[in-house]
Write a protein that binds this ligand. Structure first.
Ligand code: ANZ
Length: 842
């Protein structure tokens, strides 16, 4: 019976926990302070894997810790269960996507139960349930009312293999995130969420998260939003009614603009070329056809040979009236800025490469040799050229654009100014002339949310024949997915729902015929607000309860993979801000703190079936037990770092757990015994650990905490085996502390220890004792005892010992008694706690 048997322990406690529901959070009278600890919910593809095991172990440590600290902790779980893989599996096997999805959910759920994650099982959500996606539709309608959901025709990323559009975020290095095929462009009318309206807030609010989110994630968000600050400059185009506006980060170089370039695939290019000669039009059409074969990545590759065609048009530079030719070239992107640039070849490398290729003029307007600090030097263009000898610095000769700072030259009213002052000055000039203004532009694009797929949330919009959009009435939600039977789910570029005749055709109350929008929503819509649904998961009258949100949200600690560093987090932040603006929540950031766990690798690389290095979680659990696997995840190193499973030792973890567990059997005192009289050395070690544990958990140094628990286990074993023995109250105190702290990492072993110590379940709901400050003071100091000037003994004493006590100890010392012999003590000088001087006379 005294053998640690993880199987027996697991079987013993699972049903008890099912019964006790220790992690339910439904008590409305619960007055404890609250924490909301959230793990990113899984996609139900197959069973749980090692990556899940790591993430859920880490999130669980945090949730369990806050419970021991007296908080009521909301730690929910659900499934992100719409999406392509279910549809793929359904096509392959000829089954309903529901079947695959809910089978996998059942399997994952069983695995999570065994894994002893402390979830509140009464709050489970599945995004593919109509009870959930009804509220995606509600959210869509709210955005639609606010003008934040709209439809437009545009060039979209198109995966020719999956036959569906992709958000920019789903295109990785020009390839489809899912199937790795090259992404092409296609012009389609699609639904968008206007996330760009929130670009500044999404960027500026990142400052609040500094220090609580990984800095890498904050940087990735900043880059993704990609705010550039500069100016818009309006150019008159000869013979064209409308002005063309360009965005530039370097309006200071406006006098150096020698040509203009527009994106060939922009509407602007088409307009400009419309009145040109047939030759120009023909050359342009041929060029455009070429351009459309290339993808965005190729187009942004600066080293690529420049191509382009003139449009036979001239633009007038608003500051100096110069006439500059207009070209179309694919290094200018249609959907950035205004799809047109003022080209300043002397100071921009891409423009220079283009100018050299097509023999366009290069005009230097910044003297990069001039000092940029100190008094403004009075320089003339001639002097400047003298300072910058033509052959060594002239970009037209060297092919190197002068991108550095300097003093303005050849720039009329800007001459002599530094970059910053020149930018300010030229913006003033443009603004007063009405030909330009300060401007910002963003890399962030609106969020394309329509997908031509079956397994997703139907978009709650009806289209009439005369082209009107009619939002479905809120009372008619959900617009439920029709059964998949009879629908061809094969990707073909249009939604399979369009063929569900009974579903798609509707008659409006006034008798007008209409068709449902056949597209479904990007699944990132589902996960953009799910953390709120957990607060009132069964409420069929609203998406989430505002009062519950007040109580619990925002999420105190979010835990998940860095793969979601951009897409998911940005969308959740955006939707939170929208809900804030609509008055549904009182906070503007959904996740107060974020922990990104590392990956679980094998032999240095990511695990995959094809590499043949897959470690199956279920095998590990069978072999070493849940606790050993969880403990190994925590002990492997800092949670942000990758774990190489080849380098860690779940069997070592299991051995340690057995060692810890056996201690409970060696405690012979009764529960409730007063610890105060216990062995001081052991008590000190226990209380030192109790003092340090909170800081270690809160700074995610789980591995250090485990190491400290191991130390304490060793000390307890030594104490039990010494003359102090297992009956000493300090041993009970220490073993109870081990059980409490181990409950964060190894819930089964800890629960079993707790029971063996004579306590009722469950250890998870105990309070972590506060350390006794008296046991934390420096343990002892060494007092030197001298007899007639000779050191005779060293005593380990409390640093707070008083003089009388120290003197008594010194007089009692055997060494001192021997040294004094039968002489008389005539004087004792005590300087507590360090020195006792004894003088004698014979
Ligand atoms: C003139 C100029 C002079 C520029 C100079 C740069 C240096 P970021 O920082 O990425 O925002 N640009 C503007 N719209 C563009 C488009 N649709 N496609 C390609 N390039 C575009 O870059 C802003 C700069 O990129 C703008 O400033 C513009 O070139 C170019 F010495 O204007 B610049």
């Amino acid at each position: 019976a005294d053998e640690y048997d993880f199987r027996r322990i697991q079987e013993r406690w699972l049903p008890v926990w099912d019964e006790l529901k220790p992690f339910a959070t439904s008590d409305p009278d619960d007055k404890r302070p609250r924490k909301y600890v959230l793990d990113m919910f899984p996609y139900p593809s197959g069973d749980l894997h090692m990556g899940h095991a790591e993430a859920y172990a880490l999130g669980d440590i945090i949730a369990r810790y806050w419970r021991l600290q007296g908080f009521t902790v909301l730690h929910p779980i659900g499934w992100d269960s719409f999406g392509l893989p279910a549809e793929g599996a359904a096509i392959k096997r000829g089954i309903d996507p529901r079947e695959w999805t809910y089978d996998n959910i059942a399997q994952q759920r069983a695995s999570m139960r065994r894994y002893a994650t402390s979830f509140d099982w009464d709050r489970v959500i599945h995004t593919s349930d109509p009870e959930y996606y009804k509220w995606n539709q509600w959210l869509f309608l709210k955005l639609y009312e606010k003008g934040l959901a709209y439809r437009k025709a545009s060039w979209v990323n198109w995966c020719p293999f999956d036959q569906t559009v992709l958000a920019n975020e789903q295109v990785v290095d020009g390839r489809c995130e899912r199937c790795d095929n090259l992404v092409t462009k296609k012009k389609l009318t699609q639904w968008y969420f206007k996330i760009t309206d929130y670009a500044d807030r999404l960027l500026d609010d990142l400052n609040q998260l500094e220090g609580r989110w990984p800095s890498k994630v904050i940087a990735m968000q900043r880059n993704w939003i990609g705010r550039s600050v500069g100016a818009d400059v309006d150019f008159v185009i000869e013979g064209h009614a409308e002005k063309v506006t360009v965005f530039t980060t370097r309006p200071d170089t406006l006098f150096g603009a020698t040509f203009m370039v527009v994106a060939p695939d922009s509407e602007l290019a088409a307009e400009l070329v419309a009145d040109s000669t047939p030759e120009v039009q023909e050359a342009f059409a041929a060029y455009l056809a070429e351009v459309q074969k290339s993808n965005e990545i190729e187009r942004q590759d600066a080293s690529r040979e420049k191509t382009g065609v003139p449009l036979g048009r001239f633009a007038i530079n608003p500051v100096n009236g110069e006439r500059i030719p207009v070209w179309a070239a694919d290094y200018v992107l249609a959907d950035y800025g205004h799809g047109a640039v003022m080209a300043v070849p002397a100071h921009d490398q891409r423009d220079l490469d283009f100018a050299r290729k097509f023999s366009l003029p290069v005009k230097v307007v910044v003297d990069v040799t001039a000092p940029i600090t100190g008094a403004i030097p009075i320089i003339t263009p001639e002097q400047a050229l003298g300072a910058a000898p033509r052959d060594t610095l002239d970009p037209a000769v060297t092919g190197e654009a002068l991108a550095g700072e300097g003093r303005m030259i050849n720039s009329g009213p800007l001459d002599g100014l530094s970059k910053g002052n020149a930018i300010r000055r030229v913006i003033e000039l443009l603004e007063s002339a009405g030909t330009g203004r300060a401007a910002k532009t963003y890399r962030l694009r609106d969020w394309l949310i329509s997908r031509q797929r079956y397994w997703g949330t139907p978009i709650p919009i009806l289209h009439t024949e005369d082209g009107r959009e009619i939002p479905v009435d809120e009372s008619a939600l959900p617009v439920a997915l029709p059964p998949s039977q009879g629908l061809d789910l094969q990707p073909k570029g249009t939604s399979p729902l369009g063929a569900a005749e009974d579903w798609v055709n509707v008659t409006l109350p006034d008798g007008t015929a209409a068709r449902r929008d056949p597209d479904t929503m990007d699944t990132f819509v589902d996960s953009s607000w799910y953390f709120l649904r957990f607060l009132s998961p069964n409420d069929d009258t609203k998406a989430f309860d505002v009062a519950e949100a007040e109580k619990w949200a925002p999420v105190d600690q979010y835990v998940g993979g860095v793969t979601h560093a951009i897409l998911h987090l940005l969308y959740a932040r955006f939707i939170t801000k929208v809900l804030f603006d609509l008055g549904y929540v009182t906070f503007t950031e959904p996740f107060t703190a974020l922990l990104n766990q590392g990956m679980v690798l094998m032999d240095g690389s990511a695990m995959s079936k094809s590499r043949g290095n897959l470690v199956r979680l279920s095998d590990q659990l069978d072999e070493f037990g849940v606790d050993a696997v969880r403990l190994t995840m925590a002990f492997a190193g800092p949670p942000e770092d990758d774990i190489d499973w080849a380098d860690v030792s779940p069997s070592g973890s299991a051995k340690f757990l057995a060692r810890a567990w056996r201690l409970a059997g060696d405690v012979t005192s009764e529960p409730g015994v007063a610890f105060g009289s216990g062995n001081t050395a052991l008590r000190r070690q226990t209380h030192r650990l109790l003092a340090d544990a909170p800081g270690l958990v809160e700074s995610f140094k789980f591995n250090v905490l485990v190491a400290r628990v191991m130390e304490l286990v060793n000390a307890i074993r030594k104490t039990i085996d010494s003359e102090v023995g297992g009956g000493d109250p300090a041993v009970r105190e220490a073993v109870e502390t081990v059980a409490l702290l181990l409950s964060l990492f190894a819930p089964y072993a800890a629960e079993d220890m707790w029971a063996r110590l004579g306590h009722p379940a469950t250890v998870a709901l105990q309070a972590l004792p506060k350390p006794d400050p008296r046991l934390l003071v420096e343990e002892s100091v060494t007092a030197i005892v001298q007899v007639d000037g000779k050191v005779r003994d060293r005593l380990e004493v409390s640093p707070t010992i008083d003089g009388d006590e120290l003197e008594a100890l010194a007089r009692a010392s055997a060494a001192v008694v021997r040294a004094v012999g039968d002489r008389e003590i005539v004087n004792v000088i005590v300087r507590a706690p360090r020195v006792v001087n004894i003088a004698t006379r014979s």
